[in-house]
Design a protein around this ligand. Sequence first.
Ligand code: ATP
Length: 216
Amino acid sequence: MKEFAVIGLGRFGSSVAHALTQMGKSVLAIDLNEAKVQAMSDVVTHAVQADAADPENLKEIGIRNFDVVVVSIGDDLEASILVTMLLKEMGVKHVIAKAGSEVHSKVLQKVGADRVVFPEWDMGTRVAHNLVASNILDYIELSQDYTIVELKPPRRMVNKSLGDLHLRARHGINVVALRRNEELIVSPGADDVIGPEDVLVVVGRNEYMRSFQEEE
Ligand code: ATP
């Protein structure tokens, strides 16, 4: 089973540690702050009070044996960058680091983070899309160029088959699933007709996604 560690138990780190534990994963939680470690000790497999910016502490914890380490230190930039760098130097395969700004994100990538998350920014973008486009239910940026969107079909698409709409050929957009009442139709075919109450799950390049959005 994969072993996870979370360094920094602010709101984001604690939420990651909680969710992983709920999914039955083994989680080591680390923080400088004794009270935060105490609060987490009943939740996760192990909770340790330590300064993760000290390489000796990381060695003692045996951090290199963990498969995935999440660095969730926001305010102390120096610690966040140093810890990320040390983890990669020590051979941790997958390091996910939380950034608080664009510059922070760039530096974390430079020092070797395998993935940088930017929770406030990501959530802000999702909320903005949900607010502007009346038919967008959820929005996840997969990369700088691609997004996955869950939406109510624009009126012009209702009662047309996917084959008739030529979304892939014309717009490079793939409908990966159709939600109809309680049923989920995964990988719908050209003959599937879009119903007025259906929810579409589509993947495509950001610029083409706009053609789906109905302004409020
Ligand atoms: P959030 O927005 O997720 O609540 P935040 O980004 O504001 O969090 P911080 O307030 O920076 O997060 O908290 C991150 C946590 O990381 C704190 O609990 C802090 O004690 C811990 N932390 C900071 N430096 C280190 C370090 N060197 N080693 C271990 N833990 C650390």
